[in-house]
Design a protein around this ligand. Structure first.
Ligand code: HEC
Ligand code: HEC
Ligand code: HEC
Ligand code: HEC
Ligand code: HEC
Ligand code: HEC
Length: 612
């Protein structure tokens, strides 16, 4: 087992180190370069797997605290400490995942100061951070057991009662509010998962699977450290989990029936199949196994039902948080390599901390296994119930050069792959266009050189104006103006030398429209959305109000049905289209050579005017 444990730790280290690379990448390059998230699928694996599912699996902490301290079930005592550690790690890694997932991680503290009491996320934020603090306070006495900090320990002992109660409250509150979060998307989330009872579903499934997680961890520790698993006790916990999961199942069935969504199950859509698989994994199979007494009495049976329930819960959170949106978004989301690395790396790091705690402190109090055939004597250390057989921290750095080189051989190339310019340079390179310079005082002639590379075109603006008949002809070139302006210069909209760029500034519209509607206050812009987006549809270009609806007068906006009326071609294409088209229409006999490159471009690199 010593070897197995060491292998496990090696894998965890590798994953955790990879994640560290991703953390640097994410903090320096941003979400766009590291994730496959979009406005249509804005919640990916970090939030849904690491945060929503992670927190749910850590529920054991407060359930055990409730059963042990409030209901006074003595026999659960051996499981309370592991459950607290699980809660600490689950919430700690959730907080970390959330930090990586929010747009401006350096402003994570904002919800402490700017209260938005209309937001479920606000409640989730407070409960998660407060409960994390609670788990720290609950874990501290265990970690300080062997230390000499008498006064601190006495203080922690004194506050432990209220701390436990607070922990239970926060946990209950935010488990249901995590479900409420998804209530804001009735038109987007697939009807199989969307339900007004989401908060209840979330709460029940988290309690059931959280208990199963405690069982799994205890079995794992017993196996890796050759201890006796308290199978009888775990069997009882499994039975309790089974009851909770059955209630969850009943509420799901009732909910489907009440909402009339049950017929949908047989529709043959992939969502329906996924839903059935999820129910099978998360409830039907585990509860079925719990009902068999023989299964409850063996480690193997318990492990199988635990694994099923935990997998089922993870799948459920993915369905509600990611997969259930694919149809309404009209697109799917496939996580990027960095996303996957961090998704695995956070629990891996938590796993290492877990082993550290298990080996250092009295977390699990399990009797040693007797029928030991392996004669491996392990030195007893002063304070631990479990010897540091394979140090998580110090040992690895010093004496295991080969293992480390192996880890590095894996980590470095993958990290290089993630960092490679192709992987990180996802945004298009843009070349902003500069205004033309005047060739004379009056700017009658313009030197057009959008990217300032010296390859310029001398354009006789005045001559062209005159030829096209003054005011009458301006529109032949100046086809579109910015509101309130006349004959807006091309470079203001055709802003990129080589690529089309949108002239629609979303944020600016929110501000200007809020001002026009007379809305004030920091969140005024939030009330402008329905001016353009129908309230019950996905907010996307396809179904927003047409530009001409507001801009008919001031912008003479061409309303194209196909294509994008707001997408201005690259500067080069725009000028070529306009200039060359007209030159082609001229009589070649009257104006020879007008379509040749040299008519406008007078030799590369030179700034001279084209010959007449
Ligand atoms: C009617 C005038 C006209 C004609 C004819 C014309 N161009 Fe241009 N072209 C322009 C203008 C104006 C620009 C924008 C100049 C700038 O911003 O540097 C431009 C830009 C370019 C650019 C990008 C320049 C840069 O600085 O990156 C290239 C390349 C180019 N043209 C190639 C051609 C070629 C090749 C032909 C002949 C097939 C041609 N053009 C004919 C007017 C013309
Ligand atoms: C043959 C096409 C064409 C016609 C016709 C034309 N313009 Fe322009 N105009 C241009 C181009 C090209 C620019 C400068 C390129 C840019 O903005 O990047 C320009 C720039 C301007 C500017 C900015 C001036 C500056 O010094 O930067 C104004 C103002 C303007 N045009 C007004 C007019 C008016 C008024 C008319 C009609 C009387 C007119 N234009 C006719 C092509 C044309
Ligand atoms: C107010 C912003 C704006 C200004 C100013 C502007 N454009 Fe455009 N332009 C656009 C947009 C947006 C499109 C795409 C619209 C579409 O496809 O209907 C476009 C399309 C074009 C096209 C292709 C479609 C067509 O009408 O043939 C050409 C050519 C063009 N612009 C040239 C110019 C030139 C030359 C100037 C300056 C004299 C200019 N534009 C000034 C926004 C602008
Ligand atoms: C002036 C009209 C207008 C207003 C007001 C407006 N939008 Fe939009 N919105 C658009 C247009 C046009 C697009 C598509 C163009 C784009 O992506 O920039 C869009 C796109 C979006 C998208 C999808 C972006 C994508 O990449 O698919 C979201 C999300 C969105 N808006 C949210 C909002 C919210 C939230 C508000 C209110 C705070 C709002 N919009 C207010 C016009 C508007
Ligand atoms: C609900 C009405 C509404 C719709 C729809 C709308 N706009 Fe606007 N737009 C405005 C208002 C209001 C302003 C501010 C005008 C002002 O300040 O005079 C504005 C300003 C602009 C400006 C000037 C921005 C600047 O730099 O000052 C552009 C360009 C523009 N809109 C493009 C678009 C395009 C492209 C679309 C379609 C995708 C669009 N708008 C749809 C209301 C609208
Ligand atoms: C509406 C039609 C039309 C458009 C659009 C147009 N041109 Fe011209 N251009 C002409 C005609 C006609 C001549 C020929 C004048 C002559 O030979 O006397 C000309 C001549 C020229 C010449 C030769 C020198 C001169 O001034 O006579 C250059 C350079 C030139 N154009 C550049 C451009 C550029 C750059 C653009 C785009 C910004 C452009 N033209 C757009 C009609 C047009």
């Amino acid at each position: 087992m010593k070897v197995a444990l060491r292998r496990i730790k090696d894998v965890l280290w590798t994953l955790a180190l990879l994640a560290l690379v991703v953390v640097v990448l994410r903090l320096t390059k941003g979400l766009g370069a590291t994730t496959a998230l979009s406005d249509k699928i804005p919640w990916g694996f970090w939030k849904v797997l690491n945060m929503v599912a992670g927190v749910a699996l850590a529920t054991g902490g407060f359930v055990m605290a409730f059963a042990g301290h409030v209901l006074g079930i003595r026999s659960l005592k051996p499981l309370i400490r592991p459950a607290i550690l699980l809660a600490f790690l689950g919430y700690g890694s959730s907080c970390f995942a959330l930090l990586m997932d929010i747009g401006l991680p350096f402003r994570f503290y904002n919800p402490f100061f700017h209260w938005n009491e209309h937001s479920f996320l606000f409640e989730v934020f407070w409960c998660v951070t407060l409960y994390f603090t609670v788990t720290v306070l609950e874990l501290a006495p265990i970690a300080l057991e062997e230390s000499k900090l008498g006064r601190v320990k006495r203080f922690l002992g004194k506050i432990s009662g209220p701390v436990v109660i607070l922990g239970i409250t926060f946990s209950c509150l935010h488990h249901s509010s995590l479900g409420s979060l998804f209530l804001v998307s009735p038109t987007r989330l697939d009807p199989l998962w969307y339900s007004p009872f989401l908060p209840l579903h979330f709460f029940l499934s988290a309690v059931g699977a959280g208990l199963m997680m405690v069982i799994l961890l205890t079995l794992l520790v017993a196996r890796l450290y050759r201890r006796q698993a308290p199978v009888e006790l775990l069997g009882k916990v499994a039975a309790a989990a089974g009851i909770v999961l059955s209630i969850y199942f009943a509420s799901k069935v009732l909910d489907l029936a009440l909402r009339g969504a049950a017929g949908d199950l047989l529709s043959g859509r992939w969502e329906a199949r996924l839903f059935l698989v999820e129910m099978l994994l998360s409830v039907i199979l585990p509860v079925g196994l719990v009902l068999v007494p023989r299964m409850r009495r063996t480690s193997r049976g318990l492990a199988v039902m635990g694994l099923l329930a935990v997998t089922g819960l993870v799948l459920n959170r993915l369905d509600v948080g990611v997969f259930g949106y694919f149809r309404s978004a009209g697109t799917i989301y496939v996580p990027t390599l960095p996303e996957l690395s961090l998704t695995l790396g956070i629990p891996a790091a938590a796993g290492l901390v877990f082993f550290f705690f298990v080996e250092r402190f009295r977390i699990f109090d399990l009797p040693e296994k007797v029928e030991e055939e392996e004669i491996e004597t392990v030195p007893a250390t002063a304070c631990t119930a479990f010897q540091s057989q394979t140090g998580v921290w110090t040992g690895v750095f010093l004496d295991n050069l080969e293992r480390w080189s192996l880890i590095l051989v894996i980590v470095v190339p993958v990290a290089l792959g993630i960092f490679s310019p192709r992987a990180s340079a996802r945004g298009p390179a843009s070349t902003p266009v500069s205004p033309p310079r005047g060739a004379d005082e009056a700017r009658a002639k313009l030197k057009i050189d959008g990217n300032r590379n010296g390859r310029l075109v001398l354009f006789d603006h005045e001559a062209h104006k005159k030829r096209e008949g003054g005011e009458e002809g301006c529109g032949k070139c100046h086809h579109l103006d910015v509101p309130g302006d006349r004959w807006t210069a091309c470079y203001l909209c055709h802003r990129d030398m080589d690529r089309p760029r949108s002239i629609f500034d979303h944020g600016l519209h929110e501000k200007r429209i809020a001002a026009r509607l007379g809305l004030r206050g920091t969140l005024a812009e939030n009330h402008t959305c329905t001016e353009c987006h129908p309230p019950d549809l996905v907010r996307a270009r396809e179904n927003t109000k047409r530009c001409v609806a507001c801009h008919e007068k001031d912008m003479r906006m061409p309303e194209r049905t196909e294509g994008r009326p707001d997408l201005a071609l690259s500067y080069r294409d725009a000028l070529h289209e306009r200039c060359v088209r007209c030159h082609e229409k001229q009589d070649p006999k009257a104006h020879p050579g007008l379509t040749e490159c040299a008519a406008c471009h007078s030799g590369s690199g030179s700034a001279s005017s084209p010959g007449k």
